[in-house]
Design a protein. Sequence first.
Length: 539
Amino acid sequence: MSDNLSILHYRFLFIFVIVLFFSINLKADTSSSEDRVALFDYLLAKTMERESFSPIKNQKLGLDVKKEMLRFREELIAADTDEKLYYALVKISNSRKDRHLKVSLVEGGLTLPDTTGVELHNYPEPGSSIPHAPIRFSVDFGTPGQYFVFVSDYSKNIGDFVGGNLPEIGDKLLAVNGQSIDAYRKEIEPFHRYSTINGFWWKFAFWIPQKSYQFPPRFYQESVTYLLERRTGERYSITLPYLLPDKIDWAGFGERRYPAFRLVFAAQTFDFYRRDDGKRVILLDWHGFRSSLISDVDRLMDYSVKHNLIDHAIIFDATRSGGGSKGAYAIQRLSPKPFKTTFGNLRLSDVIPEFIKKKQKEFEKKTVLDSGVGEVMDQGQWLIDWLEDDVTKGLKAGQSYSNNVPFKCAHLPKYSDGILKPAKVHFRGPLVCLLSPYGGSHLDQFSSIVFDNRLGHTMGMPAGGYSNTWEWEETLVFPISKKPIIRYMWSIGHTIRPNGEILEGNPAQVNEYIPLTRDNYLTYHKMLLSRAMNKLGVE
């Protein structure tokens, strides 16, 4: 009896070990190499078919998307763990050099051991819980081709971690964890999403002190060591811990301030300032083209009419602005001149019939279309007319792209010339816009409208240079096993600037180029503000 139990026990143990072995290996190898070959072939084919390539961007970056994707083919095929597969897909996605296009996790798909700051379908963004070393970096953009990263801020208690070896603002970053900054940059570049060189460098410096799942774990240790160089040429190393953002009390070097201005009100879209001394200029610290833009701008106009500000000059500070929509609504009230808005089109491919169905359902349900701008359009009818007529006909005719129409037919119908007139109540004074590579998307559209139509004077540095009409997003599955993998995106339409050029990777330049450098960093924003006041003649 005991022998039988012993035999039964070993049989169960043997079965358990076999099951455990296969479960571990199934987790380690999420698919067959044949499946991964088929996956790469699918991504390459669909990218060539669906992607709205920007020739002007590719020329500026010296980019051949197909060749760039093929660089990572073998890495994808050899990826035998979720982690390896995820980061191979990140590289393949980023081969297109498009700031908008990301990959994200899905239920039942790939998993990562450390997804700090991640939510399904989203990338971590500033202000989340991503661990951060108590130091910040910026880029010296002074000499093209010779950009470098320097210390731009640190925590008030930085001395607790480095003793008497305190960093100074402007100290040059030479190495990260023993790897030269040039080698580090080249290795981490494929994991960055960007559409312009300046856009890459801006985000590169931003992410260096953060410990995010966007980048493979091999880039991180429990702490981080930086080799720095002072202006005197002295080199020194500091080792810092990773802390939660809410545990860091920043010294605040280089913060933006508005001396001689007082805050009138703060809104989701912008903060509104007036001069203390009564000079005829207002300032908008623009946060982004948010969902509340119409009500926020209407509030601004009501206040300005009531307090006789309509003839005042405007400083539009978008150096820390994000994207969104409804920019033309704002411009119609911030400028006294008529202007041509941005246009857009669609890359006609296999996804367009489903895309049209999606928009039809939104329209039928009276939900707000993502092109919607509230009271300044006809609730989507212009867009639906274009999709069901011009786009459908173009698809049947085998065209590669649809016709160009005013952007998403949001402000104007498909047959319009794109000219918008000022609103009945609008500012009549001059406009100066402050810009930087920090943001893009709808901000890029806004800045192109201002620059191409000569609505105002722009200064600083061009915006991030990324904008399209729509993206197509789907859950990737292995072609053979049908297992879900990740969410993957394609850009399926161009934004056309008022000057007729594709916007993606091609931001509007500025009338007055003022690069950020380590020498002007501490006074950079003050300098922009002073030059804006001087340009307006109110300093």
